[in-house]
Design a protein around this ligand. Structure first.
Ligand code: GDP
Ligand code: MN
Length: 389
């Protein structure tokens, strides 16, 4: 799960990580009031969306007076922000963060994550932080420092100093950076975050360090332990179809192809997507309807697939081991009937009660195509999708 920058900065505060004074606003009036509370003669107006890359597309604006704050807030609020990380539809801006500005001397990168390769907590830092960190990582990887924390020993003071020296920090800054790193480490462990990123971490003209940006990802599997984090959830920033899927315990991921896939088992679902690709098609989604599937769940899965308007044909691939093929067949028929499916549906059923299932489909008069085998099913669905398109 992701949270907003303003929420992440509130957590930073609780863990002793310095962030600029700021306030969230959902209306233009709130934005003006927030500005009046923050000292200084310039402010940053930042669009609150669950994505980075805002600075490059007008989602972060420097205002020199209240009239400009008003202008930027009214431009942003109620519109959608499209960044490199959002996809073509962008994300809705329902709030902005108004912040105090600082004269910035240098911009660093600092993040902490659970590294799968070492199976340990890892810090990543760079002296060349800011909006082009991806280019730095690609073209000058020697400017990126990684540091692995031993879980038994915890984060060691010498490790913090090592990062501080790599950023050419001096005197009291070394202690400040150590505090920030210790805060990040505690926050990651206490709240079961999987990644926390500060980009940029800035050094101001008078030498202070601040987290100017804040992104936190939480491990979904641990959220049940953290009601305080769950309360920060903003479903408006999440994929509607994926949220719907969670309600019915379906594993669904939106993709950008034209062939809707309904499969049981994650492995079979991936194999099915590969086969669709191999036959020249593109999957519209990943969907694992799970082992103990009921008619109702198949029905919901079907509705979900068809709510994506890019879907030109649907491929149902079920291997009935735990779930029986005739149950799936009934679910498909109920769904096709209820949702008034207008696109062709190709079904491959195999396993327990496969005959019974196929019989139900063939006798239905709903125009379903029962395929001979998986290769045949993929070929047919790709051809049908092309016909419709
Ligand atoms: P992102 O593009 O979504 O990662 O948004 P950031 O919060 O990182 O902001 C993008 C850029 O805006 C930063 O890299 C800074 O250069 C600039 N920026 C953000 N806040 C301030 C600020 O308070 N003062 C100044 N001068 N620049 C800022
Ligand atoms: Mn950033």
């Amino acid at each position: 799960m992701n949270i907003h920058e303003y929420q992440a900065k509130q957590l930073f505060q609780a863990f002793g990580i310095p962030a600029p004074q700021g306030e969230k606003a959902s209306t233009i009036e709130d934005a003006v009031n927030a500005t009046k509370k923050i000292s200084g003669n310039a402010w940053v107006v930042k669009a609150q969306v669950h994505a980075g890359g805002r600075g490059k597309v007008g989602g972060v604006k420097l205002a020199k007076n209240i009239a400009e704050v008003k202008q930027f807030a009214s431009d942003m609020l109620g519109s959608r922000l499209i960044t490199k990380q959002t996809g073509a539809e962008g994300l809705p801006i329902e709030s902005v963060l108004i912040e105090k500005t600082y004269p910035i001397k240098r911009e660093f990168y600092l993040s902490i994550m659970v590294d799968r390769a070492t199976e340990r907590v890892m810090f990543i830092s760079s002296i060349a932080g800011g909006m082009d960190i991806e280019t730095v990582a690609e073209e000058t990887p020697e400017k990126i420092l990684t540091l692995v924390v031993d879980p038994a020993a915890g984060l060691q003071p010498y490790q913090c100093r090592q990062v501080a020296f790599s950023l050419s920090l001096q005197g009291n800054q070394i202690k400040e950076l150590s505090n920030i790193m210790q805060g990040l480490y505690r926050l990651l462990l206490d709240k079961d975050a999987s990644q926390i990123e500060i980009n940029p971490l800035v050094e101001t003209d008078d030498g202070a360090l601040f987290a100017l940006d804040a992104k936190i990802n939480f491990d979904d599997n641990a959220l049940a332990l953290h009601q305080d984090i769950l309360d920060l959830r903003d479903a408006g920033q999440e994929d509607e179809k994926e949220n719907k899927a969670k309600q019915f315990e379906l594993n669904y991921i939106t993709l950008d192809g034209t062939i809707g896939c309904m499969v049981n088992g994650a492995g079979l679902a991936m194999a099915t997507m590969d086969l669709v690709k191999l036959k020249g098609g593109t999957p519209a989604n990943f969907l694992d309807v799970g082992g103990g599937t009921t008619t109702e769940r198949v029905c919901e899965a079907f509705k979900l697939i068809l709510s994506d308007h890019n879907v030109k044909a649907v491929l149902v691939n079920i291997f009935g081991g735990i779930v029986q093929c005739d149950v799936i067949a009934k679910g498909i028929l109920t769904a096709v009937d209820e949702v008034h499916v207008k696109v062709p549906v190709v079904v491959r059923l195999e396993g327990t009660n496969a005959e019974k299932g196929r019989e139900l489909l063939n006798n239905s008069n709903l125009g379903l195509v029962a395929a001979e085998n998986l290769a045949d099913a993929a070929e047919q669905v790709v051809a049908l999708a092309k016909e419709v398109a």
